[in-house]
Design a protein around this ligand. Structure first.
Ligand code: HEC
Length: 176
């Protein structure tokens, strides 16, 4: 093969290579690869809730059996209840009512506190179940309540706090 022939051969290979690349690019531009938005195949029976979903709380009686008033007392502080409530017998009402002897007493039990109609109007006495619902989400238990507190989401902590509230009495109400 002469020098010229060699050049031609190399040029041919280069052209072929470039053509191949350009064809690839053009192809990609013309045919947009498109991901399916949803799987077309739907597999039945695979719709269980994810394992991470929060388990519902156990009944309050079960949680109270494992609850602790001392833990509840510190949760009462760390959750910010102390900002609005006193707990000693005869203690002053603040932003919220004094809470001594509230468990088992009437909703809106403290003398001289201006309760909302939303809470006082419900009537009845504080049961453990009601306190549990109240402290979980006050605004859901009594829509329009004056207690501007979002709620204690942790069911165990709520039971501790209720155990503590129960201890604030000369003779605490019997456990459920
Ligand atoms: C921002 C102030 C504020 C905070 C924080 C707060 N409360 Fe209250 N609480 C109130 C007010 C105000 C009321 C009266 C609600 C009404 O009249 O609607 C109330 C009512 C109550 C009652 C009903 C008392 C009764 O006499 O019937 C209980 C029990 C109670 N709070 C417990 C708690 C606990 C436990 C916490 C903490 C987890 C807490 N509160 C946090 C302001 C507060």
């Amino acid at each position: 093969m002469g020098g010229l022939e060699l050049n031609k051969a190399v040029a041919a290979i280069l052209v072929a290579g470039i053509t191949f690349m350009v064809a690839g690019l053009v192809g990609e531009i013309l045919v947009h690869p498109h991901q399916l938005e949803k799987s077309v195949l739907k597999i039945e029976g695979g719709s269980e809730a994810p394992a991470a979903a929060a388990a519902p709380d156990e009944p309050i009686a079960v949680r109270l059996a494992a609850a602790d008033a001392a833990r509840g007392a510190s949760a009462f502080k760390s959750a910010g209840c102390v900002a609005c409530h006193t707990v000693d017998q005869g203690g002053k009402n603040g932003v919220g009512p004094n809470l001594y002897g509230s468990v088992g007493a009437a909703l809106g039990h403290a003398d001289g506190f201006a309760y909302s109609g939303a809470l006082k109007g419900k009537g009845g006495n504080w049961s453990f179940d009601q306190l549990d619902a109240w402290l979980k989400k006050p605004a859901a238990f009594a829509a329009g309540t004056k207690m501007t507190f979002a709620g204690l989401g942790d069911g165990k902590k709520r039971a501790d706090v209720i155990m503590y509230l129960r201890s604030l009495a000369a003779s605490p109400v019997a456990l459920p």
